[in-house]
Design a protein around this ligand. Structure first.
Ligand SMILES: C[S@@+](CC[C@H](N)C(=O)[O-])C[C@H]1O[C@@H](n2cnc3c(N)ncnc32)[C@H](O)[C@@H]1O
Length: 283
């Protein structure tokens, strides 16, 4: 399946810039007092900082990083040059490409993707536009904050009648499903949840998915080197886990045949798993 992603244009960091980040930028980001950073970012009206202070790691900060085109000077530096925002854009490209190909493999029409912790749903919209097969998507989020933004984006891309937004906790979504799922997308959510929460979600999910259907999720490693900055300045408490660790949490719920795709900065790995015959799907 590597041919699925062979032509993706990823963002990369030169070896020299890696060293500069490791020995100069990251120590400064991590060790200058958080109060100084907060004052500078507040006075510089950083939209990325404001988005994180309002909702740490929420959808708005994702969109600012995905779009990669901010106006304020601090944001230009953080969003364009920061390792995590660059890796987020790589993750978006990787996940949308994989989901597009998985939708094309569905054995019925239209293919159906379900996005859990969807935010506005930019990744699934990228995938639907790229897939050479008709598809629809159900987007579930515990907060409806992103839905207006998502609907406007869907309209702009001609997808309004193919996306449906549901405000719900992912653990309660089963009763709202009206058609079988081909692909479940859980990008950008596991890193904010503890193990117990992930296991509960996966147990619920396993009862909705038929054997042979796919789940797409990601892990995050601490290779970005700025965990202290994100924790102390932005209030982000991320769970850094290896792909193997997350796969071990998914396996008891009947997921396996994991295939890993690491983006070139080594921060995110996008993993595709397959639902086995264990567990009852919605047929
Ligand atoms: C970091 S954002 C990721 C958004 C999107 N998946 C992306 O990659 O851009 C995480 C989203 O998960 C949602 N979320 C967190 N816990 C949830 C839960 N238990 N049920 C549904 N949504 C949840 C949040 O509201 C937020 O919009």
């Amino acid at each position: 399946m590597d041919e699925w992603i062979a032509d993706i244009q990823f963002e990369r960091i030169s070896p020299v810039m890696r060293l500069v980040k490791k020995f100069i930028f990251n120590p400064l980001a991590n060790h200058l007092p958080a109060a100084w950073w907060k004052t500078w970012l507040r006075e510089g009206q950083s939209e990325l900082a404001l988005a994180n202070w309002n909702d740490p790691g929420g959808w708005r900060s994702m969109v600012i990083s995905y779009e990669g085109n901010p106006e304020k000077p601090w944001d230009k530096m953080l969003v364009k040059g920061g390792t995590i925002p660059m890796a987020l854009r790589n993750r978006r490209r990787l996940a949308s490409r994989l989901i597009a190909r998985l939708l094309e493999q569905a054995d019925h029409d239209p293919a159906h993707a379900m996005c859990l912790g969807a935010g506005p749903g930019l990744i699934i919209m990228d995938a639907m536009r790229a897939a050479k097969k008709n598809s629809v998507a159900t987007l579930v989020d515990i907060s409806s904050d992103a839905f207006d933004f998502g609907l406007a984006e869907a309209k702009r891309r001609g997808l309004s009648d193919r996306v449906k937004y549901i405000q719900s906790d992912v653990r309660d979504v089963k009763q709202m499903l009206d058609r079988p799922i081909d692909v479940v997308k859980m990008i950008g959510i596991f890193e904010y949840l503890d193990d117990e929460h992930i296991v509960t979600i996966l147990e619920a999910l396993a009862t909705m998915m038929n054997p042979g259907t796919s789940i797409v999720f990601n892990s995050i490693s601490d290779r970005h080197g700025t965990n202290q900055f994100f924790r102390n300045v932005f209030g982000l408490h991320m769970h850094h886990r290896s792909p193997e660790r997350i796969e071990a949490l998914l396996a008891p719920a009947g997921f396996g045949e994991f295939r890993r795709y690491r983006e070139p900065l080594g921060v995110y790995t996008v993993v595709v798993g397959t639902k086995s015959a264990t567990g009852k799907g919605l047929v």
